[in-house]
Design a protein around this ligand. Structure first.
Ligand code: SAM
Length: 183
């Protein structure tokens, strides 16, 4: 059992699902939440978190916080000496995810509505880790610019999971995955 398994155990997926799909929480696939969006496939989330290699005390940005599940998982991984900011573009999910997150009591994590035309959180950068749960066609330079000098970002781009590490924004590829589009 590694730190990611422990985070999953401490953060049950069913607590981040609407009542109508809660009974399917153990299904290893994406589940509809609201606004045409999904709570991601658990195996994919686990793969991404292992690639992200989150440490206690880090500052983490969660782009596309949706149900709040990944934000809460990241909050477990950084612990109370760290911080997590989730940004979400759909207002109804800012409310839904924020409520789910606050019921975990992990007050070092918050969810905020994405500012129009702004990707991520340039004002709060640099971040030690950036997780992106929606898919652009190309690697967004705006997000690369928000990574700390020794930071790591995990992001699906055009069907392939990328791990971007600083210094020098070195990109490695980690298999094929499908995600909702990054708007
Ligand atoms: C796969 S879903 C949610 C996954 C989420 N991490 C979870 O655990 O439920 C991806 C989310 O990204 C959001 N999204 C898309 N483009 C975005 C953007 N530019 N900024 C912030 N969120 C965005 C969508 O609204 C959607 O909720």
């Amino acid at each position: 059992m590694d730190r990611v398994d422990e985070a999953f155990d401490a953060t049950p997926r069913r607590d981040f699902l609407p009542a109508g799909v809660r009974r399917r929480a153990s299904y290893d696939g994406p589940l509809r939440i609201a606004a045409g969006q999904t709570n991601s496939q658990p195996r994919t989330v686990a793969d991404m978190l292992r690639l992200l290699d989150v440490r206690a005390g880090q500052r983490v940005l969660d782009v596309g916080s949706g149900s709040g599940w990944t934000t809460a998982l990241l909050a477990h991984l950084v612990g109370p000496t760290g911080s997590v900011l989730g940004v979400e573009i759909e207002p109804v999910l800012v409310t839904f995810g924020g409520r789910n997150l606050s019921s975990t009591g992990r007050r070092w994590a918050t969810i905020r509505e994405a500012a129009p035309g702004v990707l991520g959180d340039p004002g709060g950068a640099p971040y030690d880790r950036i997780l992106v749960s929606a898919e652009p066609d190309e690697l967004p330079q705006e997000l690369v610019d928000q990574l700390a000098d020794d930071g790591v970002m995990v992001i699906p781009v055009a069907g392939t999971m990328l791990r971007v590490t600083n210094p020098d924004a070195v990109v490695t590829r980690h298999g094929r995955y499908r995600f909702v589009p990054l708007h």
